[in-house]
Design a protein around this ligand. Structure first.
Ligand SMILES: [Zn+2]
Length: 275
């Protein structure tokens, strides 16, 4: 960082952008009697303040479902799963303006391995794979540079849900991670162990085939899980799982019981973070 500031202080002798290396031993043509020699220095990304964490740590994980207006015929209970465009934009703007750091699952694992987390780490998750994610949420996520994780019902296909093409397109942006929400939004604790295993394993396989890469997370449909379900998720190779138990206090040894805050039409992320 210091070197970078120093180079800027040289009066814009060097054009630097992104992560490029500064040109070595290069002198501005108009700089006649001054010779500045600078070694190649990677330009530092803005530093993310980290904090040490123990077995327990705070990590707000938000869970969204639909972004936009509910259909006219939606029931009152369905309507609560919809967050308006304005409210969603307010949430994402709040995260961006206040320096929050949305994490992907692999980043979380990496930070936990170092027993550190960004001071303002959050996760932004979506469940179900609704088409309004592509149409409404994504443009706003992109605008505010918020990374998110979408959990798909991998075997449910209709015009209301993300298509494989859209999933691939979003994946290419490196701004959206995909995880599983089982094949058909299963009641994992109420079906047989064999059925649960199929829901957990085959959804992972299908999404990985579409993306041609590994996925790491599962969100339990209806938030239903028990120790058997956790074992199946571990065996299938998921690294973590999301519940809908409410809270921001997480445990390092309970990554298959991550708590989340469900964001509805009447709850803003500022209500949770702005305390
Ligand atoms: Zn769901």
């Amino acid at each position: 960082m210091k070197v970078f500031s120093y180079m800027l202080a040289l009066g814009g002798l060097f054009f630097i952008s992104g992560c490029q290396l500064a040109p070595a031993n290069e002198v501005h043509p108009e700089s006649t009697n001054e010779r500045v020699v600078i070694e190649e220095v990677p330009v530092a990304e803005p530093e993310i303040p980290l904090q040490e964490i123990g077995e327990s740590f705070d990590l707000p994980i938000f869970a969204y479902h639909h972004i936009g207006s509910p259909p006219d015929n939606a029931s009152e209970s369905t309507k609560t799963w919809y967050v308006s465009l304005e409210d969603f934009e307010a949430d994402m703007r709040y995260l961006k303006d206040n320096g929050y750091v949305p994490l992907f699952s692999v980043e979380l694992i990496e930070y936990l391995g170092q027993e550190k987390l960004p001071q303002k780490a959050v996760m932004v998750t979506f469940d179900d794979g609704a088409i309004d994610f592509y149409e409404n949420a994504w443009p706003i996520l992109k605008k505010y540079e918020v990374k998110s994780i979408m959990h798909l019902q991998s075997h449910v296909h209709s015009k209301n849900w993300l298509s494989d093409d859209q999933i691939q397109e979003l994946d290419q942006t490196d701004m959206v991670e995909f995880g599983s929400h089982t094949k058909y939004h299963a009641y994992l604790t109420r079906i047989s162990a064999q059925e649960a295993e199929k829901e957990i394993n085959e959804s992972k396989e299908r999404i990985e085939n579409v993306l041609e890469k590994e996925i790491h997370t599962i969100a339990y449909p209806f938030g239903l899980y028990n120790e058997d379900v956790i074992e199946l998720a571990k065996k299938a190779g998921y690294d973590m799982a999301f519940t809908i138990e409410s809270g921001i206090g997480q445990q390092k040894n309970e990554l298959y019981k991550l708590k989340r805050i469900i964001i509805t039409g009447s709850k803003r992320v500022e209500d949770v973070l702005g305390k």
